[in-house]
Write a protein that binds this ligand. Structure first.
Ligand code: SAM
Ligand code: DTB
Ligand code: SF4
Length: 332
């Protein structure tokens, strides 16, 4: 694992690009949009997070949104080209009455023909089951960093708590979205440790978000030194090689990346992004800029499913050619 990270950069990217092509059409990128349905006021102490109540970050707390408001945002996301809508809440863990409300949102968003994802903190087995019943497709719950670095970032939740929630999510039949953040001051060994932990889960996550730390004033990591961009690309490449069939998401941090750096990430095997001017509380590239980037790079948004139960479509260009072409046309 560490040996992969240590390869000459071009050799590592070449290997990752080769693995990518064995399992996916490299011109296809899955597109999701995020919405913070409950913002701020979180009791946890995650050192990177603008939504932790204990840090003065200027994030305005907002109670759980109404389903109608969420639906309007989901419609707009679909019109902009997203195939999945991810609802995030700044909770340590939701209460059962919260789950009932989120279940209502999930069903409504699903009825628009979008895939659904939620990230709500720790879940019990029963809560995961209720979300599955409501039509939830994916649950995002990150390991965030290597077990050996975790104690420097979060003190209010154990690594094992995260593994337990991921177990409940898998057992409920939900697809898992699980990744982490790089650029928090961890070493290369610790970046390798995060990827090793992800690839050692009982099943590889269906989706692996690789976030580059968004430095937010007021958080303990506000002044963190910038990670070498090539090191970020290496992380994407090693993730692609270790989890060849997973969707690797170029997640937070794109707002401060050049188009060239993002292109390198796609070359290294990233095949999904968040589209929309905002992530949860921080900025993301303008939708128009992302449409232009897709057009310049000849990338196409991935469609939902290919009829064989595989979702998102991993048919490597053998199905939906017409749909993809028309969607690509709509993007430019
Ligand atoms: N509160 C829930 C939880 O933590 O499980 C769900 C929402 S939380 C904001 C989702 C993920 O966003 C975190 O696990 C973290 O990986 C990512 N995240 C939060 N703040 C970030 C930042 N400043 N930079 C990069 N990623 C961040
Ligand atoms: C993930 O791994 N990254 C997304 C999503 N899962 C929920 C969130 C990024 C949040 C960045 C900070 C913010 O906008 O608040
Ligand atoms: Fe709360 Fe999630 Fe932010 Fe941690 S990452 S402080 S749990 S909202």
């Amino acid at each position: 694992m560490r040996a992969l990270f240590d390869l000459p950069f071009t050799e590592l990217v070449f290997r990752a690009a080769s693995v990518h092509r064995q399992h996916f059409d490299p011109a296809q990128v899955q597109v999701s949009t995020l919405l913070s349905v409950k913002t701020g006021g979180c009791p946890e102490d995650c050192a990177y997070c603008p939504q932790a109540a204990r840090y003065d970050t200027g994030v305005q707390a907002h109670k759980l949104m109404d389903t109608d408001e969420v639906l309007a945002k989901a419609r707009a996301a679909k019109a902009a080209g997203a195939s999945r809508f991810c609802m995030g809440a700044a909770w340590r863990s939701p209460k059962d009455r919260d789950i009932a409300k989120v279940a209502d949102m999930v069903s409504a968003v699903k009825s628009l023909g979008l895939e659904t994802c939620a990230t709500l903190g720790m879940l019990s087995a029963a809560q995961a089951g209720a979300l599955k019943q409501a039509g939830l497709d994916y649950y995002n719950h990150n390991l965030d960093t290597a077990p050996e670095f975790y104690g420097q970032i979060i003190h209010t939740r154990e690594y094992q708590d995260r593994l337990d929630t991921l177990g409940h999510v898998r057992d409920a039949g939900l697809k898992t979205c699980c990744g982490g953040i790089v650029g928090m001051g961890e070493s290369r060994d610790e970046r390798a440790g995060l990827l090793h932990a992800l690839a050692s889960l009982p099943a590889h996550p269906d989706s692996v978000p690789i976030n580059r730390l968004v430095k937010v004033a007021g958080t303990p990591l506000a002044e963190q030194a910038e990670l070498d961009p090539f090191e970020f690309v290496r992380t994407i490449a090693v993730a692609r090689i270790l989890m060849p069939r997973s969707m690797v998401r170029l997640s937070a941090g794109r707002a401060t990346m050049s188009d060239e750096l993002q292109a390198l990430c796609f070359l290294a095997g990233a095949n999904s992004i968040f589209l929309g001017d905002k992530l949860l509380t921080t900025g993301n590239p303008d939708v128009a800029a992302d449409h232009a980037l897709f057009a310049r790079l000849g990338l196409q948004p991935m469609t939902i499913g290919c009829g064989d139960g595989d979702s998102p479509c991993a048919c490597a260009g053998t199905a939906h050619a017409d749909v993809r072409a028309s969607e690509a046309a709509a993007l430019v």
